[in-house]
Design a protein around this ligand. Sequence first.
Ligand code: JB3
Length: 219
Amino acid sequence: MSNPRYLIIGGGGHAAALAEILIKQKKTIIGVVAPEITTGLKIFDSVPQYLSDDDVLKFSVDQVLLVNGIGAMPRQTLRKKIYTRFSGLGYTFATIIADSAEISDYSSIGSGAQVMNNCVVNIGTVIAENTIINTSASVDHDCNIGAHCHLAPGSTLSGQVIIEGNTHIATGVNVINNITIGENTIIGVGANITKSIPSNSIVYGARSVIKNLGETDDN
Ligand code: JB3
């Protein structure tokens, strides 16, 4: 698409952060789709607002690039639903990489993935669709990050780490090399991961206690 036009879905903090990256790259934002602009900042003041997700359908698939401005917090499914719905209808989600991110020429960043300010993605790493690598996260060499993940700000992965799909790595998590973290897992803030983690786990605390997602905190 020559001279692409960007339509941002979501009007909160994550959408605003993405909008600023696009504005700095002199990209054209043609609208924001959200029932409510909640950012509190003026960044969307001069951008047309569309209140319903169905309004996306007013634009043909070859007219716009979509930007998934819905964030990805644990147990929230809206971001994945938005991506799945509109990809299925033939829309393309923009892959967004902040100018301040350091991205290896030998890495691969999937459709709709977003690499925010000051991140590092090192050589041989693959990041799948719709995943967020958030501010100052560092993903070292030969990692493989699945679809619909969120690596929150300041998380650090050493080399050859595998993160399977739908997994949330919270702020400040550290993962040593050659670890696999299964799908649909939540790694809580600041955890230090030194062993592989099965799918559907929740891991929290300085000692990195592992529970199955179905268990309560009292177990
Ligand atoms: O941790 C960091 C650095 N960022 C977080 C990000 C990853 O996720 C951030 O702190 C937030 O916790 C979260 O950001 P997000 O998704 O921007 O959350 P919030 O600021 O609450 O904004 C949600 C936006 O989605 C609001 O503008 C809502 O109106 C909008 N929204 C809610 N439901 C919707 C829908 N928009 C559309 N298009 N469709 C919906 O169904």
